[in-house]
Design a protein around this ligand. Structure first.
Ligand SMILES: N[C@@H](CCC(=O)N[C@@H](CS)C(=O)NCC(=O)O)C(=O)O
Length: 251
């Protein structure tokens, strides 16, 4: 049997969600870190219309998008572990979808609106992490262009930073509200994909020690000040705890 390949950007929290699900459910897979630009070529070579990462290359096709990869990981699980039950699946998917559509997008825009716009050289090392040396070289030479495309593609800037910061705060309020009754997991009494989604998509704010890629990430000063303010919020503590208890890094 051919081992699946998970194609990722090292920095991407959506990629981390898919990777965590594969790890948690005991899948054997090859991790392929790609550089921005090369990811589009790879996606096209696999017959995908868009480059959006992550995608999982299988012997008989390709699955794009973290939620669909988590679903594949669930139905093809190697062991006993599960990330939903028939009873809670709908509730988990609803929470995950909201996290994907709001927190995921605005955490990223909040971070990049400062990091890529004002401190682009600090972001290059994490994108270069684990790439073959020739890819590292090409990425370093093309970094200015990549940053320009990211600024345009994700609509980054100081006003946008503030807008996304407000959205992030709103989503932290929502999660804090869910956690206010002292529950250990977002849905039911066992870890589910809703928890994985929350923890991975908040990981750029929580920076858990167990994150497989963020050990040397550089946080720009405005983001750091917000993250210091948010550090004791239940949602951020929840993300950190989940990493500590359920993320066994596969670096
Ligand atoms: N909802 C999607 C979001 C995927 C996404 O936005 N991926 C970004 C990286 S964080 C990407 O690959 N952007 C580059 C592109 O689309 O070409 C998922 O959960 O996988």
């Amino acid at each position: 049997m051919v081992t699946p390949t998970l194609h990722v950007f090292s920095i991407s929290h959506y990629c981390e969600k898919a990777r965590w699900a594969l790890d948690y459910l005991g899948h054997d897979y090859v991790l392929s870190r790609l550089a921005p630009g090369s990811h589009i070529k790879k996606a096209k070579s696999l017959g995908l219309k868009r480059g959006a990462m992550p995608f999982l290359e299988l012997p008989d096709g390709v699955i794009q998008g973290s939620a669909d990869i988590v679903s594949w990981a669930e139905t093809h699980g190697a062991g006993e572990a599960q990330l939903t039950s028939p009873e809670n699946r709908e509730a988990c998917l609803e929470i995950e979808q909201r996290l994907d559509d709001v927190a995921g997008i605005h955490v990223r825009r909040f971070f990049y609106s400062e990091a890529i716009v004002d401190h682009p050289s600090t972001v290059l090392p994490i994108f270069r992490r684990g790439l073959p040396w020739l890819e590292q070289l090409k990425l370093s030479l093309g970094w200015k262009v990549v940053c320009r495309l990211m600024i345009k593609g994700m609509d980054l800037g100081p006003t946008q930073r503030q807008e996304s910061r407000d959205k992030v705060e709103g989503e932290l309020d929502w999660l804090d509200g869910l956690l206010a009754d002292g529950r250990q997991y977002l849905v039911g009494d066992r870890l589910t994909r809703a928890d994985l989604a929350a923890a991975s998509l908040l990981s750029p704010l929580a920076l858990p020690d167990e994150h497989p890629e963020y050990q040397h990430i550089v946080v720009p000063p405005l983001a750091q000040a917000d993250m210091d303010r948010w550090a004791e919020r239940p949602s951020i503590r929840f993300a950190k705890n989940l990493y500590k208890n359920a993320r066994h890094a596969n670096v």
